[in-house]
Design a protein around this ligand. Structure first.
Ligand code: PLP
Length: 431
């Protein structure tokens, strides 16, 4: 067994001064049991805890570290920027460069506003959609997570689902009534919902490839179906690409599926590990944002020069190195295939969903296409599997309803180690 003494001591202390001992709920390991690991450092594909145990990384800060930890280009850009002050609260050349780069990489984005997190991006995107359409209601999908803005904590995925609070106390009835929900991958249910609320829906927000009920892919033509409904009903289509942006392709999920949203929200990779988010899209809509238009949105640290430098370094690299995507796509495919083979060798057909560098193993044998089917997973089994993998030195997201994130730092040997650990842990659990 690994020595986790320092992590245990730190968690004990943390619980006296931080709610639940953590600054974001899923980190507390509540869904998998045991104590959270306190991290000291990370480099490449490996993370080291306070007791000096090494783990192969499959969270990568929940997505941002697509090039692995300690990337030299990003760190050099940050070090250079540090020489010119940490923050100005005034426009900089880097913000212009960043906006131009984003618009060139994601063709549906004609104008973009930088914020400090994915949550800010989604909150701001629905505000501008409401201002633009003059309508109040929004539609989201069950099991999709769009950050912790009040309007989104209705049938929410990710930590909200695993903590058993998909509808959080503290969200007023008034706010909740304007958020309508529909099952993912079900165009018929969506059409009915839109019909019942005709002329009242400002925006439809969706993770084009869901990552917050575990990884769930859109069925063929589903995203185009959303586009068609929005066009017909004058609804603003928002792709929440906080997770998928710059991960599935340099133009995100929309680059793969060839469907253009009206607005896109971004986060995670866009900051290269710094706290950054962005929302952008059609000029006509973005021109509603203050000071050009009447929809207010602001931020003391928005466009922060250190964060912009990290973001510019990673996006420039991804823009110039398309082979990143072929490499992690083939790692993702290989891992999914080998895990499936290992499962069938022990007589289990657990569902594995994978696209590019996003992958989830669901402890159910039923196809997972929406939140209902994701919930057929044996979450207690996932908890035991997670603990077993941790002991083998593999750090997975500590909940069934999350996607694993691969980085380019994973070597072939790392992949083989993950597969070997998976076989060993499942054999132990099932024998
Ligand atoms: N949208 C999606 C799809 C996400 O996955 C997340 C976070 O995981 C968010 C929004 C919120 O981003 P943040 O945690 O940066 O506020």
């Amino acid at each position: 067994m690994k020595d986790l003494t320092r992590s245990k001591d730190l968690f004990e202390k943390a619980q006296h001064v931080i709610p639940g001992g953590v600054n974001s709920p899923v980190r507390a390991f509540k869904a998998v049991g045991g104590n959270p690991i306190f991290v000291k450092s990370a480099k490449g594909a490996y993370m080291y805890d306070e007791d000096n145990n090494r783990y192969i990384e499959l969270i990568n800060s929940w997505g941002p570290m697509i090039l692995g930890h300690g990337n030299e280009l990003i760190e050099a850009a940050v070090a250079e920027a540090l020489k010119s002050s940490l923050s100005f609260g005034a426009p900089t050349a880097k913000e212009v460069e960043m906006a131009e780069l984003i618009c060139s990489m994601v063709p549906s984005i004609e104008k973009v506003r930088m914020v400090n997190s994915g949550t800010e991006a989604t909150m701001s995107a629905i505000r501008v959609a409401r201002g633009y359409t003059g309508r109040d209601k929004i539609i989201k999908f069950e099991g999709c997570y769009h950050g912790h803005g009040d309007s989104f904590l209705i049938a929410a995925g990710s930590g909200a689902a695993t903590m058993g609070t998909p509808n959080s106390p503290g969200v007023t009835k008034g706010t909740a009534k304007d958020t309508l929900t529909a099952p993912f991958n079900d165009l018929k249910a969506l059409k009915d919902l839109v019909e019942k609320n005709k002329g009242e829906v400002a925006a439809l927000i969706v993770e084009p490839v869901a990552g917050n009920m575990g990884c769930v892919l859109p069925e063929s033509n589903y995203l185009q179906g959303l586009r068609d409904i929005c066009d017909k009903e004058g609804i603003v289509l928002i792709f929440d690409e906080v997770m998928t942006g710059f991960r599935l392709s340099k133009a995100g999920a929309q680059g793969i599926f060839g469907v253009k949203p009206d607005l896109t929200t971004l986060g995670k990779i866009i900051g290269g590990g710094m706290p950054v988010g962005a929302y952008g899209g059609k000029k006509e809509i973005m021109d509603y944002v203050s000071p050009q238009g009447p929809v207010y949105q602001a931020g003391t640290l928005s466009g922060n020069p250190i964060a912009m430098s990290a973001g510019l370094a990673i996006l420039t690299y991804l823009n110039e190195h398309p082979e990143v995507y072929t490499q992690i796509e083939s790692s993702g495919k290989y891992l999914a295939e080998q895990l499936a083979l290992a499962n069938s060798a022990i007589g289990k057909n657990y569902t594995i969903n994978q696209l590019g560098s996003m992958i989830s193993v669901f402890f159910t044998e039923q196809p997972v296409t929406d939140f209902e089917s994701a919930k057929s997973s044996d979450t207690a089994m996932f908890g035991k599997y997670f603990q077993g993998m941790l002991q083998e030195g593999i750090y997975l997201p500590p909940a069934q309803f999350e996607s694993w994130f691969l980085s380019t730092a994973l070597s072939t040997t790392d992949l083989e180690d993950i597969i070997a650990a998976h076989k060993k842990v499942l054999n132990n659990l099932l024998s």
